[in-house]
Design a protein around this ligand. Structure first.
Ligand code: PLP
Length: 462
């Protein structure tokens, strides 16, 4: 292949056209994919061609093969898991990040991306009301954000008892005890497993899935070894927030490090009307969140925040001769994330926040909550529907007369294609889980989705 100045032109023009075709129809098309991966794979998995294919032809082929298997996550009627969407400024910035192809590891080498990420980090801390001096790392998602934060926590709680985990590993030191709410997200268990900390001790939760402070106090009392407490801002089912002030106070009184998993919930702190949910949050030691959920930047973007930047650097930093280390005192991005080489994924965060501003960010979060509340209110008007949670944030859990009906309705809703919601189990019941996390959801989407559920229920009842 000859190296031409215009080598990218045709392929990018085709990609632009396909992207536009997708974005123009994502809000009106059937939400679920039409074909499963096994069927789609037949199209992709031809024998590897012996020779090259033109880039623009590859792009056309990719768009054509993928189309039947794309989930319309960007639809205003996609309510599965907690997936987010993509703000225009963030998507466009993400394209530039790919075109620039910067490795955002070092301040010296890729200054533009690092500067944008540092600005985004400062805005984030301000919007979320977190300590301005905190270390901020842009990782792939909230699981890795918790991993990075808990690596710092592990280093810190062991250092307090005279153990150097970087030098000696975990073997020689005392066990690190980790307390979590009974309804923490499984990614906390995963992060702890990666870190060699084993399975956590679950503390009783209340009817909304919030950790019970009296139970936490009981679990903490009488122990004085290295301890980490993981709290949650935003329960996957109920949207509930652990009582931050009280739980953090009790944990700190017992010498524990407090980590908060706020994958989608941390953003409540950016909306003045919701601030009561997060009162006391800033008193924790570390926070993990996603930008690809509530903030609506493209995958993949998680954010690890540690109040003490030196501890973060001490546990995640790299010290090797070929890295040109920052000498300005600001520190390098590689010292705040587990990866060495990585995409400049904080740049779309800068673009999203620059486009929204303070009021736009608050309004984005408020809007998601407003739609979740109207979904709950409207669904409760349908006979036979019970909303199981207090809708304090973006999550709604609905059940029908029995588990079998709930399962059948979920299947029907998905098959119908107007809206997409997933099934789950919560508090011993089968539920239809609804998560509002896309900026583009509007009142009409809410109405059409409620109608789709009512229709599915009527069909199930025959
Ligand atoms: C999504 C989620 C996670 C995991 O985040 P990823 O970005 O998927 O790694 C952790 N905690 C909660 C509460 C979540 O909703």
């Amino acid at each position: 292949m000859s190296v031409r100045r215009d080598a990218y032109d045709d392929a990018l023009a085709r990609a632009h056209e396909h992207a536009k075709a997708w974005l123009d129809t994502v809000g009106t098309r059937r939400v679920g994919p039409r074909e499963p991966a096994d069927v789609l794979r037949e199209g992709f998995a031809v024998a590897l061609p012996e020779g090259p294919t033109a880039a623009s032809d590859v792009v056309d082929l990719l768009a054509e093969l993928a189309e039947p298997g794309l989930m319309a996550i960007g639809s205003g009627r996609f309510f599965g898991w907690v997936m987010g969407g993509t703000l225009p400024a963030a998507l466009a910035a993400d394209w530039l990040v790919s075109a620039w192809d910067q490795n955002a590891a070092m301040r010296y080498a890729t200054p533009a991306c690092v500067a944008a990420e540092e600005a985004a980090a400062a805005w984030l801390l301000d919007l979320l009301g977190l300590p301005a001096a905190s270390g901020v790392g842009f990782v792939t998602g909230c699981t890795m954000a918790s991993f990075a934060c808990l690596a710092a926590a592990r280093t810190a709680v062991l250092a307090r008892v005279g153990c150097d985990v970087a030098r000696d590993g975990l073997a020689g030191g005392p066990a690190v005890r980790v307390l979590v709410g009974a309804e923490r997200h499984d990614s906390i268990d995963l992060a702890l497993r990666y870190l060699g900390l084993g399975a956590p001790t679950a503390v009783e939760a209340d009817s909304q899935g919030r950790i019970r402070v009296d139970a936490l106090e009981g679990a903490l009392s009488g122990t004085d070894g290295p301890t980490i407490v993981c709290l949650q801002a935003g329960n996957l089912h109920s949207g509930a927030f652990d009582p931050m002030s009280e739980a953090i106070e009790v944990a700190h009184a017992n010498g524990a490090w407090v980590h908060v998993d706020g994958a989608f919930g941390l953003w409540a702190a950016a909306a003045p009307a919701l601030r009561e949910l997060t009162v006391g949050l800033a008193g924790a030691d570390s926070w993990a969140t996603d930008a690809h959920k509530t903030l609506n930047v493209p995958y993949d973007c998680g954010i690890a925040i540690v109040a003490d930047p030196a501890t973060m650097r001490g546990s995640l930093g790299v010290h090797t001769s070929y890295v040109i280390a920052d000498d300005t005192g600001a520190g390098d991005p590689i010292d705040r994330v587990p990866e060495l080489s990585r995409r400049a994924r904080g740049v779309p965060v800068w673009a999203a926040l620059r486009s929204l501003g303070r009021s736009g960010t608050a309004e984005l979060v408020d809007r998601l909550v407003r739609h979740a509340r109207s979904l709950a209110t409207e669904l409760e008007r349908v006979e036979g529907v019970t909303v199981l949670n207090d809708v304090v944030y973006t999550q709604v859990c609905v059940a029908f007369e029995d588990d079998e009906t709930t399962r059948a309705v979920t299947e029907r809703v998905i098959a119908d294609g107007t809206a997409w919601m997933s099934g789950s189990r919560w508090q011993g019941r089968q539920v239809l889980r609804i998560s509002v996390s896309n900026w583009s959801t509007d009142e009409r989407d809410v109405r059409r989705s409620v109608d789709a559920v009512a229709r599915a229920l009527a069909e199930v009842r025959g």
